[in-house]
Design a protein around this ligand. Structure first.
Ligand code: F1P
Length: 345
């Protein structure tokens, strides 16, 4: 019997965790509204690895939707420099800290929250997939999306579940509650993408003639490009890097060969500028794959606003990394040298 990898099960069942994410946010709506009414002048999002990339994308989303200053830093950076959150000790500028962690127990993230609280930096909201963990206990408000739990080391459905939650949170923070119902369409859309494009993900993943991957994304899609690149790196031990679209011309382009794959997470708003970068890379011999709302190799055809459909970029790219891992004879569930949680003394 063919071995069933957790990564496959988790990637292909992820839309159930998206539903859970929306339910958890809905169940905590009153508390969230109260939290976002508090006096704070910046939102700081932290995480490590995948969850840092999630924070990067969610910061753009928050700022776009709420018109409040939001930024992301790795949790380890905040742990080492907690004054950063309070703008060098100036507590007139209160911070809302959003700490993101699948496990809820990564040492850097726990230590960063401790340091932030010791400085009286502001309120703490945590987003995790496991109950009863330190980050859940330390929070002013903790959202736990248990359907996002996973056996694999590399995050797939956990990441996507928390990403869906942050999209809903940004709508609540920005007083756009009326748009929450639009998010309920995401799970069906995600399911369709996985069915429609699994064979494309497999073809690209199994193409071992490609020896390097670059993932390009701008705005909220940059953090998602980072995550897609990390999946490829962790699961398939491939040379891969993410870049902002227009940055690609400023050096990275010199790496393009005819064994290069370029994956473009295209926007609506800047599509023409982004497409030119892909066309230039193709002209240099790269194999190019575009993801976009419509008229692309992978088309969402979602009808959803650009800010709300970010999660749709993920499933097919996660599946591509999975298939490349298998094609290279690796175990996608257990990337080399990694553990699911980084615990420091
Ligand atoms: C974060 C994380 C993962 C990564 C690695 C180690 O954990 O960096 O993103 O894949 O396996 O842990 P968490 O804080 O989100 O649980």
């Amino acid at each position: 019997m063919e071995h069933v990898y957790h990564t496959h099960t988790e990637t292909f069942s992820q839309t159930e965790a998206w539903i859970d994410a929306l339910e958890v946010v809905e169940a905590n709506r009153t508390a969230l509204e109260a939290l976002f009414r508090k006096d704070f002048s910046q939102v700081l999002l932290i995480g490590c690895g995948s969850t840092y990339y999630l924070a990067l994308s969610a910061a753009v989303l928050f700022q776009d939707i709420t018109a409040r200053f939001a930024r992301a830093i790795p949790a380890g950076e905040l742990w080492m420099n907690p004054n950063f959150a309070t703008l060098n000790g100036n507590l007139r500028h209160k911070t809302l800290l959003i700490a993101i962690s699948r496990s809820g127990s990564t040492t850097e993230t726990v230590r960063a929250v401790e340091a932030f609280k010791a400085l009286n930096g502001g309120a703490v909201l945590t987003l995790t997939n496991y109950p009863g963990q330190p980050l859940v206990q330390m929070a002013d408000l903790a959202l736990v999306i248990e359907k996002g739990k996973e056996q694999s080391v590399a995050q797939t459905r956990s990441f996507a579940s928390i990403y869906v939650a942050t999209t809903a949170l940004a709508l609540i923070a920005g007083n756009h509650q009326a748009q929450l119902s639009e998010l309920r369409r995401l799970p069906e859309l995600g399911k369709r993408l996985l069915m429609e494009y699994e064979s494309l993900a497999q073809d690209w993943g199994e193409n071992l003639g490609l020896d390097r991957f670059y993932f390009l994304g701008s705005g909220l899609r940059y953090g998602l490009a980072c995550e897609a690149s990390l999946k490829m790196k962790e699961m398939s031990l491939t040379h891969t890097e993410p870049f902002h679209f227009l940055e690609f011309r400023h050096g990275p382009k010199s790496m393009v060969t005819d064994t290069t794959a370029i994956v473009g997470l295209l926007s609506d708003s800047n599509r023409a500028l982004e497409q030119r970068v892909l066309d230039e890379a193709e002209g240099l011999g790269a194999k190019v794959l575009g993801l976009a709302e419509r008229d692309a190799s992978i088309s969402f055809d979602s009808g959803l606003p650009e800010t709300l459909r970010g999660v749709l970029y993920l499933p097919v790219l996660q599946a591509m990394a999975y298939y490349r891992s298998l094609a290279k004879g690796l175990n996608p569930d257990q990337p080399r040298n990694l553990t699911a949680v980084v615990t420091l003394d």
